[in-house]
Ligand binder design. Sequence first.
Ligand code: NAP
Ligand code: MN
Length: 266
Amino acid sequence: MNMKYDVTSRGDDTSNEIAELIRKGLNEHQLQQDEQEPEIVISVGGDGTLLEAFHKHKHRLQHTCFVGVHTGHLGFYADWIPDEAEKLVIHIAKTPFQVVEYPLLEVTVRYHRAGSSDRHLALNECTVKTTEGSLVCNVEIKGEVFETFRGDGLCISTPSGSTAYNKALGGAILHPSLASMQIAEMASINNRVYRTIGSPLVLPEHHTCLLKPLNDVSMQMTIDHYSLVNKDIESIQCRVSDEYVRFARFRPFPFWKRVKESFIGE
Ligand code: NAP
Ligand code: MN
């Protein structure tokens, strides 16, 4: 049985061309494109394109793995250059590859309407703001109220998402081997009345964080590149997911090297 693959593209001409090249190459090696049940997903574009590929296939994470080709700047998820496309095709077709697993964030939104909830999976992060005014919410950690947050919002990120929005908020960069999530503040109000911890917090597996809104406003949430507006929220629960995302690894490209090449330069 030949391996089934899917190729996704950012949609610009360059990405489409590279995607087509990869498709042709894989077909020549008798691999079959299968958009529904691929064992490997090749995303061509940027990190945003890989986020989309992840969400397209997130219901089958145990059966598929991802690899990203960047047609713009070096990405964290998209770390192959277009010139390597043919090499990548041969790797995929000919060599058994290693798989690395990165932790994900599970977000459960519960509504005041009895029994109603939504579950989301994030590869980068979940952010919570309101559509107008400050976010006012209790932050519970492991069932205990930790603080009352008042400010622009909160960002709860995965380790591989720590280099994205989280970094812009002054959060730490976490190595994806740490099964954890990070809570970073967006402009918290700190004075004699309102007090938050101020520092980003890193929580391990099984330490659930619960955000409980204290005012009745619409919540503006994001899960990776998706944005949702929700009313009537009782709580937003975040924890390290039991599920992992799997990346195909054909050569070493250590995380800290990607951090250096992305943010410091070569
Ligand atoms: P976008 O506006 O194109 O993304 C913003 C930038 O974040 C892009 O340069 C994107 O890379 C990069 N990026 C995505 N995931 C990353 C990661 N894990 N590590 C380092 N950089 C990463 O929108 P998008 O491409 O759909 O990506 C959605 C993400 O944008 C969100 O998950 C959030 O993390 C991020 N974001 C950041 C800020 C901020 O830094 N102030 C604000 C809002 C959203 P590509 O160009 O390769 O796609
Ligand atoms: Mn993008």
